[in-house]
Write a protein that binds this ligand. Structure first.
Ligand SMILES: Nc1nc2c(ncn2[C@@H]2O[C@H](COP(=O)(O)OP(=O)(O)OP(=O)(O)O)[C@@H](O)[C@H]2O)c(=O)[nH]1
Ligand SMILES: [Mg+2]
Length: 317
């Protein structure tokens, strides 16, 4: 592996070099990591917006409309579609790509999909990696879409500066967002499909829940209604959504409050990397001893206790 890497094509925004780098990063191949390190001083300019929510809530449609909004404002937009649920990058990502198809030929838009496969170090690590590359390429706006179902998605959202949670009318009394802990991470709440019955009710319920869970000072979360299928047209709510994101950016990422936030974001990334490195080493150490099931033999026969075996293994790293 050479220490000198050529990052000039990435900085110039070359799409093919970037796509190759992202693939190599997935496999932790060759000098991909050296590239990432060299790119780091050129990052920190992109504003990253995470869009999450239940399956079918309209996240991709919202992303598609936001792309149009930011493009009209002259910004270059990078998109990361994360699909933690399908092991073989099946339907959902395909749907995402189709939803954003109209931007496929726009050189100011770069769309990258991540599936679980090939992301041993965790989706969150891969998301941070890709976001850094897009940032270095000069995409001022990076949008991350992920289905909100569990801890994976909450972790992925740690890469975002502003997290938008998309809900829809008619989810009933116990809005599903709560179940998945999504309300916890929301900086902006969207009631999409506002052309449907019940948007008022949903908005009231969400407001109520924000009040309920507020201990002391209520978290400042704007609720925006959208009809994402109308693109950026008046009444789509997309302009209002973009404004709500900017308002959060203003509150959270300017002045004093930005300092602890930036540190928390860096800590999340760092923690992820350390865990991944240790996991890689542990896997290698176990492989060197014939694999986990081989090591487990002594435990299953009660010749060794599992705590000592685990400690010995970690000590050998
Ligand atoms: N009526 C109505 N339908 C919408 C709206 N936004 C999206 N849809 C439709 O909802 C369906 C799902 O939209 P997607 O954007 O794929 O939703 P998603 O949340 O990305 O879905 P997954 O990625 O599969 O979880 C599509 O048929 C959209 O056309 C809206 O504002 N109103
Ligand atoms: Mg989608």
């Amino acid at each position: 592996m050479s220490d000198t890497v050529d990052i000039a094509p990435i900085l110039a925004g070359d799409v093919r070099t970037a796509a190759r780098l992202m693939r190599d990063l997935d496999d932790r191949r060759g000098n991909a990591l050296a590239m990432l390190k060299a790119l780091f001083p050129h990052t920190g300019k992109a504003y990253i917006v995470g869009i999450t929510g239940n399956p079918g809530a309209g996240k991709s449609t919202v992303v598609d409309s936001l792309i149009a909004h930011y493009r009209a404002a002259g910004e270059k937009v990078g998109v990361v579609c994360v699909d933690p649920t399908s092991p073989f990058s099946g339907g959902a990502i395909l749907g995402d790509r189709i939803r954003m198809q109209r931007h496929a030929l726009d050189p100011g838009v770069f769309i990258r999909s991540l599936a679980t496969r090939g992301h041993l170090g965790g989706l969150s690590r891969s998301t941070f990696d890709v976001a850094h590359v897009l940032d270095a390429m000069g995409y001022q706006r990076v949008l991350i879409e992920t289905v909100g179902v569990g801890q994976d998605e909450v972790d992925v959202m740690k890469a975002a500066h502003t997290t938008v949670v998309v809900t829809v009318p008619g989810l009933g009394d116990d809005i599903q967002a709560i179940k998945s802990g999504l309300l916890e991470v929301a900086d902006v709440l969207v009631v999409n499909k506002a052309d449907r019955e019940g948007a008022d009710r949903t908005e009231r319920d969400l407001m109520h829940m924000l009040d309920l869970r507020a201990t002391g000072e209520r978290k400042d979360v704007e609720i925006v209604r959208t009809i994402a299928t109308r693109g950026t047209a008046a009444g789509s709510g997309i302009t209002e959504l973009a404004a709500a994101v900017e308002a959060h950016r203003e509150r959270a990422w300017t002045g004093e409050s930005a300092i602890p936030r930036a540190r928390a974001r860096a800590a999340a990334h760092l923690g992820e990397l350390v865990r991944a490195l240790l996991a890689d080493r542990a896997t290698a150490a176990m492989a060197a001893r014939g694999g986990l099931s081989e090591i487990a033999q002594a435990v299953s026969e009660h010749r060794s206790d599992p705590w000592t075996v685990a400690e010995d293994l970690v000590k050998s790293l």
